[in-house]
Design a protein around this ligand. Structure first.
Ligand code: HEC
Length: 129
């Protein structure tokens, strides 16, 4: 194997690990208050994401939940950009023994547009001076 190929592989796995860590950190900050750090949720209040079929199933169905909100869950469309939401969803799809396929930032962007969900930038923080 060429040195260049080895270097590329090393860099790619570092990227994947960095995304995992970012996804976990964002999950802890954004989702764990309700769904808990161990993904087990709180009975009769917050559904478990660990072992959850929706979480591991069709990507669009999962992505729509934080983009639109659901029942007692707020939406996060203005708080998370496409890459951050993809990182969180990849974390919940693979943490705690879950085995969902990978979600890309472009998948989040496409569904955000289809659903006309708010963008992170649609509410400028400094709109008034
Ligand atoms: C304020 C509490 C709260 C926070 C924070 C929260 N959720 Fe939820 N979540 C809920 C509630 C309540 C439900 C159940 C909604 C319903 O179906 O009525 C839910 C449902 C879900 C579901 C659907 C589960 C199923 O089986 O139907 C997913 C997936 C999910 N949340 C992911 C997330 C992710 C990812 C985050 C972080 C970006 C997050 N949630 C943050 C409260 C929360």
């Amino acid at each position: 194997m060429s040195r260049m190929l080895l270097l590329m592989l090393a860099l790619c796995s570092a990227c994947a690990r960095a995304e995992d860590i970012a996804g976990k950190n964002l999950y802890m900050k954004t989702c764990s208050a309700c769904h808990q750090a161990d993904g087990m949720g709180v009975p009769d209040a917050f559904p478990a994401l660990a072992g959850n079929t929706l979480v591991q199933g069709e990507a669009k169905v999962l992505i729509a939940v934080p983009l639109l909100g659901r029942g007692g869950m707020p939406n996060f469309s203005k708080r998370l950009d496409d890459a951050s939401l993809a990182a969180i969803l990849n974390y919940v799809r693979t943490a705690w023994g879950n085995t969902g396929s990978a979600i890309g930032a472009q998948d989040v962007a496409a569904l955000r547009a289809d659903l006309h969900a708010d963008n992170l930038d649609s509410t400028p923080i400094n709109s008034q001076h």
